[in-house]
Ligand binder design. Structure first.
Ligand code: PMV
Length: 331
């Protein structure tokens, strides 16, 4: 028996870092998806194939799930299954095949999306009607087990899709009724480790508590404002709020020269606003521009050394791509 499930990646629009400390953020699911096929096996084996991250026929016994060293490319799905099996009975063996529509080089959340896919696929195969919240909770627990830190915004995007107003741990997951918004996304050529960037900000907060708390409060206020302005489709104001958010992220010390150059270039040729997206220290910037300026903004980002990535927003959350296929025994 097997099933194929897919889940979207994500892009942070507003509120990164502050969200880790209980303030709100706005995240969108993106069109690029992780796709996972789960086959039930007769033997008690756990097998993973994920060619995109050089995992070919990784194999261990189901009884060793989550125990001992494991390559980075299987960590999330293995711990996800271990967590799932603490709650629900798993069939004798599992073979997972993962493919990705986006490079794991970009911070689009491939680990969280694959975690969500595997849990959803196993639940469907075992005939368990898992709710979105339970899927979120099990997946977020998996991310915390591995990363020890993080708000879970990427898990929420993978489960629910769309554009979400979000509070850490899924305390609030509110879908915003927005579809037709188009960002220019530019990759800066390198990516920092997200937990390391979170630790840098924690260290800064330790030393300059009052200043950093003020920055978080200002980011929270502008994120709430951005939610309203996005719902009103006041894109010019949304762009201005992105610029404010970027100033605070710079103050937190998570921007880079390259990101700043790409952001400045986008604004210079007419973007309403631009900011880094995610933990910073590299990775991606996003710009919001009137549709007639989109092309020149893309060119400006490229000229500043960025790689423009074609990304659609407000994508659908986790979904079953290919329903359960039964294998008939050979006569
Ligand atoms: O690096 P990314 O794209 O996964 O974004 C991290 C965003 C943070 O707010 C810094 C961390 C988090 O888990 O919310």
């Amino acid at each position: 028996m097997n099933i194929t499930v897919s889940a979207p990646g994500k892009l942070m629009l507003f509120g990164e870092h502050a969200v880790v400390y209980g303030y709100p953020c706005i995240v969108t699911a993106v069109g690029q998806r992780m796709r996972t096929t789960v086959d039930l096996l007769d033997t008690p084996d756990f097998i993973v194939d994920a060619q995109d991250v050089d995992i070919i026929s990784y194999k261990k016994k189901m009884t060793e799930l989550g125990i001992g060293a494991m390559p980075k490319g299987v960590q999330f799905v293995e711990i996800a299954l271990a967590n799932f099996s603490k709650k629900y009975q798993l069939q004798p063996g599992i073979h997972i095949t993962m493919t990705s529509e986006f490079s794991s080089q970009f911070g689009f959340g491939s680990s969280s999306a694959s975690t969500v896919c595997v849990i959803q696929a196993c639940a469907a195969l075992m005939g368990i009607n898992i709710s979105k919240k339970e899927l979120f909770d099990l997946s977020y627990q998996t991310v915390l087990d591995i990363q020890k830190t993080g708000s879970g915004f990427d898990v929420a995007a993978a489960v629910y899709g769309g554009i979400l107003y979000y509070l850490t741990g899924g305390k609030v997951i509110e879908p915003l009724a927005i579809k037709n918004i188009s960002f220019v996304v530019g990759y800066s050529g390198s990516k920092s480790d997200t937990p390391a960037m979170i630790a840098d900000v924690a260290w800064k907060r330790e030393r300059e508590k009052v200043k950093v708390e003020r920055i978080f409060e200002a980011i929270a206020t502008l994120t709430d404002d951005a939610k309203k302005k996005m719902e009103e489709r006041d894109w010019e104001r949304v762009g201005t709020l992105m610029n404010f958010n970027q100033e605070y992220l710079r103050d937190l010390g998570v921007s880079t020269e390259k990101l700043e150059a790409m952001i400045a270039a986008a604004k210079q040729v007419g973007a309403w606003g631009a900011k880094l997206s995610g933990a910073g220290g590299g990775d991606c910037m996003i710009a919001l521009a009137p549709s007639d300026k989109r092309k020149v903004v893309e060119e400006a980002v490229i000229k500043a050394g960025g790689q423009v990535i074609d990304v659609s927003v407000s994508a659908e959350g986790v979904k079953i791509e290919k329903p359960i296929q039964e294998f008939k025994a050979k006569p």
